[in-house]
Design a protein around this ligand. Structure first.
Ligand SMILES: Cc1cc2nc3c(=O)[nH]c(=O)nc-3n(C[C@H](O)[C@H](O)[C@H](O)COP(=O)(O)O)c2cc1C
Length: 272
């Protein structure tokens, strides 16, 4: 059962855990008692950990895998606004990759960061498939082209466009996966109305974190569309029953460095 463990020597009875609780489950301390989740409310805890991380005296531990509690070193994770502005503005889709693979340990470090992405009700529904073998990436690109061939002369909105991709692909130019050594797939439970959004947020964390690790990414829209609608692809990937592909991303070590920031549409904001 979910409960909070309080170090009574450290607890100052400040009430922040009670105020921070997403679900309003924690009865604040009074002179004689420590903060507490009443048994009747324990089942409503969403394990967001806010009670724990907002406790200024670090007196509180949620009994959810307490051994895995991470220490936050003082000042860690603080980024100056201009550094953040440049970091995000210089993120670009990478379409030219070096051949050398990204080590699995580095990919796991990035996916570990993506675990901390927001998810509706802290549901964390996203699971990952990493296609690490470049030969398998090529096979998936080929299957995506097979899907595109089924669209030619159909009523699909891409029917007129796909021949422009099929032709260069068959001439040896990988317009689908851009020669990326790896592909990342986020998959989610079917029938969960918020999981698609959760997956895009988690993939965005991967996308945003990647350049700091020397990794370049590009959203793989064609592969994602094909995987969502062409049965041989989820079969090839082994998407488990009851789950579906939410989206895909190509990644690898970028071949080129970035020296500038491109222009974008001006802001369009309505204040109310
Ligand atoms: C949902 C989505 C799908 C995309 N699919 C592809 C794709 O299949 N192939 C590709 O080369 N780029 C793809 N892109 C990259 C966009 O073309 C790119 O984000 C856009 O041109 C802006 O460039 P930037 O990301 O460098 O700012 C995709 C981007 C998004 C957000």
């Amino acid at each position: 059962m979910t409960t909070i463990l309080i170090d009574q020597d450290l607890c100052t009875r400040c009430g922040i855990c009670s105020n921070a609780c997403t679900m309003g489950l924690i009865d604040p301390a009074d002179e004689n008692t420590l903060p507490k989740i009443p048994d009747a409310k324990a089942g409503m805890c969403i394990h967001c950990g806010h009670c724990e991380v907002f406790c200024p005296s670090q007196a509180l531990l949620l009994n959810d895998r307490p051994d895995e509690k991470l220490h936050l070193p003082a000042g860690a994770g603080t980024i100056a606004p201009d550094a953040m502005g440049y970091y995000l503005r210089k993120r670009r889709s990478v379409r030219r990759f070096k051949k050398d693979p990204v080590p699995k340990e580095k990919i796991l470090e990035l996916l570990d960061i993506a675990r901390y992405a927001a998810s509706g009700g802290n549901g964390q529904p996203v699971k990952w498939i990493v296609v690490h073998d470049p030969e398998r990436v090529k096979k998936i690109a080929g299957l995506t082209i097979e899907w595109m061939k089924t669209l030619v002369n159909s009523t699909h909105p891409m029917s007129g466009y796909v021949p422009m991709l099929i032709k260069p692909f068959e001439a040896g130019y990988d317009v689908i996966c851009r020669g990326a050594p790896h592909l990342l797939f986020a998959h989610i439970p079917e029938g969960n109305p918020i999981a698609q959004t959760d997956a895009i947020i988690a993939l965005t964390h991967f996308d945003i974190a990647a350049p700091a690790f020397g990794v370049g990414t590009c959203w793989a829209g064609f592969v994602a569309m094909a995987t969502m609608s062409y049965e041989p692809l989820p079969k090839e990937l082994g998407i488990p029953a009851g789950r579906k592909t939410a989206y895909a991303m190509m990644f690898g070590h970028p071949q080129y460095k970035i020296y500038g920031i491109p222009r974008r549409k001006p802001l369009d904001v309505t204040w109310q």
